[in-house]
Design a protein around this ligand. Structure first.
Ligand code: PXP
Length: 241
């Protein structure tokens, strides 16, 4: 069954706008778990704009599901993750001036570093996913680098200005996911998914996990986080083949 990873970064975004002690990402993680999240995703950015080191440590201790920690490919972040030992890490590109993760990793260009990082985490018992665009070269390179998991970036699909572009992006994602499955990779997806666009992605029937944050935390303002998670879980699991 398709799993839902609830990304709680934007609970911390709200807290950090005022540097208050609330709302608590830890509380959000626990509510998400109680309402059907299969695991919790969080991104410790180098600039610490939302999630802080303390959040990662507290949440790692408290989860009854598991943690998927997103991190940039830098020695500082890798060392940090090695200290925390989450069950999963997802390596993402990071640029300080970006609003959010805007594209996939360039696995082709950073092949040697990515291969050795995958190896380091695998030796420590941490499952590594690479966040890549739906691009055949990147998927082949991810496989050759030893990754067992990729997460396909669905941001361009989500941001498509009209249905023609949306369908074109969906075809690209479909093709990329099929290739990754053929290579024996576990294939996840995420970025920009919401209550309106998630069904087409889930219906492809190729993904193991979807990582969703912004839309869930936004919806939680109106109906509460528990309801927001339950509604999303229902949407992605009630797919007719
Ligand atoms: N997957 C990855 C790798 C991400 O970096 C993000 C954003 O942090 C997400 C999924 C979730 O994206 P969104 O907040 O748009 O749902």
């Amino acid at each position: 069954m398709l799993k839902l990873g609830v990304n709680i970064d934007h609970v911390a975004t709200l807290r950090e706008t005022r540097k208050t002690s609330y709302p608590s990402p830890l509380a959000a993680a626990l509510i998400a778990e109680q309402n059907g999240a299969d695991f919790i995703t969080l991104h410790l950015r180098e600039d610490r704009r939302h999630i802080q080191d303390r959040d990662v440590a507290l949440i790692r201790e408290a989860l009854s599901t598991h943690m998927n920690l997103e991190l940039a490919l830098t020695e500082e972040m890798i060392e940090h993750a090695m200290g925390i030992l989450p069950q999963d890490v997802c390596i993402v590109p990071e640029r300080r001036e970006e609003r959010t993760t805007e594209g996939g990793l360039d696995v082709v260009r950073s092949f040697d570093l990515i291969k050795s990082t995958v190896n380091r985490f695998s030796n420590a018992g941490v499952r590594v996913s690479l966040f890549v665009n739906p691009d055949t070269d990147q998927i082949h390179a991810s496989h050759e680098a030893g990754a067992q998991v990729i997460e396909i970036h669905t941001g361009h699909y989500a941001d498509a200005v009209d249905d023609i572009f949306r369908q074109a992006e969906l075809r690209q994602i479909h093709k990329a996911a099929l290739l990754a499955k053929d290579l024996g990779l576990r294939v996840n997806a995420g970025h920009g998914l919401n209550y309106h666009n998630v069904t087409a992605i889930a219906s492809l029937g190729l993904f193991s996990e979807l990582n969703i944050g912004h839309a869930l935390i936004s919806q939680a303002i109106f109906c509460g986080l528990g309801q927001a998670v339950r509604d999303m879980k229902k949407l992605i699991t009630n797919i007719q083949p």
